[in-house]
Ligand binder design. Structure first.
Ligand SMILES: [Zn+2]
Length: 468
């Protein structure tokens, strides 16, 4: 039975264990020539043969075909979300149900997936060997992830997407393929950010420049725009801040305006949510059932993906960890409350902390703070430790609420580049120390710091577009 089951599910480890166990048994009956012992020996020999045969016919990752092919995507999707039905897979893979059945039969014959009945519908699950194939191909990283990882650049698909990062001073755009690999970049300065017409003209201009020489028709293209303010998905409006994210905001129907002017389908997303979608689909959080992405920019933002869903909450404000209170009666925050995470851990707040700890200093940038940290300046070290601890505590509260497997933290290099920068090493070790002080080892999430630049924001916007 063990050999049959392991062979059907293409479980390499179980087959190898069965083969070794059978060899051990065989030695006990080695000298049997006649009687029941000889019959046993014959049966065991037959099973050894079956185990060898099953190991030889174990499917290999090469049989799956190209990564953009249906077999691969089927396996990848079932691996990520076991129990999907034909109908759900068809919608997910954008193919029809007949094709889902055909691909499923092929993968089942290769021992990579199971098919079972779940009430009145069918459900697909991945087998251990199927997981093995995904790991071999590099889709599921097998090692611990608590390091800065390069972004995975999966093989290209023939879709094209545009991603735009819109800030009050500059628009940065990218053209990517279906796997979110950047193919071209374009930037444009905003001459008059408070004029909504100027903003959309600049975005349209960037997209037009990226469109030149693009193969394919405009109809199958989508564009994503990433802004650093709240996005009201229900109303289709964004809160745009012409004077930078700490200034007053105006409500704009940006997506509708851009759709009209470009003829493309346009989706607008908040910066942290866009990065969370990017990380979930193409980055380090890929394949995880629950993961979060935090961004340290003007404030502290966070996007949470559970299953395949970005969590928006009732008012679209889910994941706003920046205004989580980590120090009751602490420093006043721009939101009107006191002791918010943002008032301690946002890059701007770290400078304010340093100025508070050293009244005589006149530092005005993180680069200067990093120089002070390099010289082991006490106020700089204290500010970095205080901010890192606050962020670590905030992440623990987030962890208690949603239990993420991993949190990717995007931020400036002075806080993220821990192998090359003293300030980042101090900041990140304080974040991890706060996590370790608050959570037992079994409950700890991994933390992956990443340096955040404008191109990341634009690429995240393209990931938002690709999700549509
Ligand atoms: Zn606040």
């Amino acid at each position: 039975m063990l050999v049959t089951d392991a062979s059907l599910s293409a479980d390499k480890e179980a087959l190898e264990a069965a083969r070794d166990g059978l060899h051990w048994l065989l030695r006990r009956y080695e000298s049997a020539e006649t009687g029941p012992a000889a019959q046993h020996r014959g049966r065991i020999l037959g099973l050894v043969d079956a185990a060898y045969w099953a190991i030889r016919r174990l499917p290999s990752v090469h049989q799956l075909g190209p990564a953009s092919g249906h077999s691969y995507r089927f396996l990848e999707t079932v691996g990520e979300f076991p129990g999907m039905s034909n109908k759900e897979l068809a919608a997910e893979l954008r193919i029809n149900e007949t094709e889902v059945s055909r691909v499923g039969r092929r993968l089942r014959a290769a021992g990579l997936v199971w098919a079972r009945r779940d009430w009145r519908r069918n459900a697909w699950d991945i087998t251990p060997r199927g997981y093995g194939c995904l790991t071999e191909s590099g889709w599921i990283p097998s090692s611990a992830r608590d390091t800065v990882e390069p972004v995975v650049n999966p093989p290209s698909a023939d879709t094209t997407a545009y991603g735009v990062r819109a800030r009050s001073h500059r628009i940065v755009g990218v053209r990517t393929d279906g796997r979110c690999t950047v193919q071209q970049e374009a930037t444009q300065n905003l001459t008059n950010p408070s004029d909504p017409a100027c903003l959309s003209s600049a975005i349209v201009d960037v997209i037009r420049r990226l469109q030149r020489g693009t193969p394919g028709t405009e109809n199958d293209l989508v564009a994503g725009v990433e802004i650093d303010g709240p996005v009201d998905v229900r109303a289709g409006t964004v809160a745009w801040s012409p004077q930078g994210s700490r200034g007053p905001r105006v409500s704009l129907a940006l997506a509708a305006n851009l759709e009209e002017r470009t003829g493309l389908r346009v989706v607008v997303e908040n910066d942290a949510n866009a990065l969370a979608i990017y990380e979930h689909k193409f980055g380090s959080n890929r394949g995880m059932r629950c993961a979060a992405t935090v961004v340290l920019d003007d404030g502290v933002g966070c996007g949470i993906v559970v299953g395949k869903q970005l969590i928006r909450g009732w008012h679209g404000a889910a994941g706003e960890i920046g205004h989580m209170i980590v120090q009751p009666e602490g420093i006043p925050c721009r939101c009107g409350r006191k002791g918010c995470l943002e008032s301690l851990a946002a890059p701007q707040s770290i400078l304010e902390l340093m100025r508070e700890f050293d009244q005589g200093t006149s530092i005005s940038s993180l680069a200067e703070l990093a120089e002070h940290a390099e010289k082991r300046d006490k106020a700089a070290l204290r500010a970095l430790e205080r901010a890192g601890t606050a962020l670590g505590q905030g992440l623990c509260t987030l962890s208690i609420t949603v239990d993420p497997e991993q949190v990717v933290v995007y931020g400036p290099s002075e806080l993220m580049h821990e192998n090359g920068c003293m300030s980042a090493a101090i900041f990140m070790s304080a974040v991890r120390a706060a996590r370790d002080a608050n959570l037992p080892p079994a409950d700890r999430f991994a933390i992956v710091p990443k340096i955040y630049d404008a191109l990341d924001g634009a690429r995240a916007a393209a990931a938002v577009a690709l999700r549509v």
